[in-house]
Design a protein around this ligand. Structure first.
Ligand code: PLP
Length: 391
């Protein structure tokens, strides 16, 4: 008798330590709101890093169905996987661009638009395009005040002065990236806008049809001057606020929450003798406290820094994390919760509509970006579908 591989008899929900629900209708709604903010701009979607941890394939397919035609990723491998998911039509822009002399052929093969950010990338792309008679569009990136990627002002000027500097390129857009868009009053926003505007004017002297691309999510909220023709929002699509809370107490840009994260209670105990909780014995549980330990830890993206000050929701009540977050386990103080609601098998909501990604980020001393991109792979994931696209 040949041994047969066993098959699982239990439901995935019953095995998983935590449940992650991703609302694709909310992603689509967030995209529509940004699009409404910038009529006349091609508002795309940044789906790098697996759509900020939420699933690039599912997110891109939902947004494509809603009418999004331009997607941005960081890596070529992301672009190749995305091409398989969305088919031949959508524009895919790869922000890290080619490894000079090495990956140009794959950009052409998968019809991925490279962002060219250095003299080396530009030169290698020119050589590739002319050797192979490739007439492909590209983005050219200039640095306007971030010292990260993009041609420096001097490099840009040198390329403009050299009649062959951009020879054989078919730049669809000139691009730059904002350093402080999440802080609307920061003076660098206007400086970067001015520098970009001037570079684009120069660039259009050579390429009259070149479009501009400057804004991320927060950039779209700075005002129409920042919109240009291609916008690259990411974080707002995923339900995290793109801008810091306004100092004047004005309401924030309305994002629809996308993520719900529920951690399963493995055990509940009544402390019968006051004592320390968790690794390092950093916190004392008082006599009589009721503690619930859930199946979620830093290996699942519940950051260790959430240990002091983080909390969840159980039966509508705030329950604080007690002691250190371990790799697979976290203990909450559920003393305030009714006996019937604090039972093994029930769930503590770690992220939801009242305790949001941004709330958890604040408690952990970080930003929504890091919370989302840290979400673990051990969750049972559920996707709530976006409604069918309107004809
Ligand atoms: C990640 C990224 C974006 C998206 O930014 P959000 O703040 O998430 O909207 C846009 N442009 C570039 C160059 C990026 O790296």
């Amino acid at each position: 008798m040949s041994p047969r591989a066993p098959t699982l008899a239990s439901a995935p929900d019953d095995r998983a330590g935590a449940l992650l629900t991703i609302d694709l209708a909310a992603v689509v709604e967030n995209w529509r709101r940004l699009k409404k903010q910038a009529p006349g701009t091609d508002v795309g979607a940044v789906v790098k890093a697996d759509a900020y941890g939420l699933g690039m394939v599912q997110v891109a397919q939902a947004l494509k169905a809603a009418g999004c035609v331009t997607f941005y990723v960081a890596h070529l491998d992301e672009a190749v996987a995305l091409r398989a998911a969305v088919g031949a039509t959508p524009r895919i822009v790869c922000m890290h661009g080619p490894a000079p002399g090495k990956t140009e052929r794959d950009f052409a093969g998968f019809n991925v638009i490279p962002v060219l950010s250095s003299p080396q990338q530009i030169k290698a792309w020119r050589t590739f395009a002319s050797t192979n008679d490739v007439l492909m569009e590209s983005f050219v990136q200039v640095d306007t005040g971030m010292q990260r990627l993009g041609l420096t002002p001097a490099e840009f000027a040198a390329h403009m002065d050299d009649p062959d500097g951009f020879l054989g390129l078919h730049p669809l857009a000139l691009m730059s990236h904002l350093a402080c868009a999440d802080t609307p009053a920061h003076p660098l926003n206007k400086q970067q806008l001015d520098r970009f505007f001037s570079a684009l004017g120069t660039f259009r002297g050579r390429f009259p049809d070149a479009r501009g691309s400057l804004a991320n999510s927060a950039g779209l909220l700075l005002g129409p001057a920042w919109h240009f023709q291609f916008a690259r929002p990411g974080i707002a699509l995923y339900g995290s606020h793109p801008e810091n809370p306004p100092a004047d107490g004005k309401p924030r840009w309305p994002v629809v929450p996308v993520v719900r994260l529920l951690a399963r209670i493995l055990q509940v105990r009544r402390v019968d003798q006051a004592g320390p909780v968790g690794y390092g014995a950093t916190v004392q549980a008082p006599d009589g406290a009721k503690l619930a330990t859930v199946s979620m830890g830093y290996a699942d993206g519940l950051l260790r820094s959430a240990g002091a000050g983080g909390h969840g929701l159980l039966d509508g009540l705030r329950v604080p994390i007690l002691g250190r977050v371990s790799m697979d386990l976290t203990t909450f103080d559920v003393s305030a919760v009714a006996e019937s609601a604090a039972q093994p098998g029930q769930f503590i909501e770690v992220i939801g509509t009242t305790h949001t990604v941004d709330d958890l980020a604040r408690e952990a001393g970080t930003v929504g970006y890091e919370i989302l991109t840290s979400l673990g792979s051990r969750y049972h994931r559920r996707y709530l579908p976006a409604p069918a696209a309107k004809p």
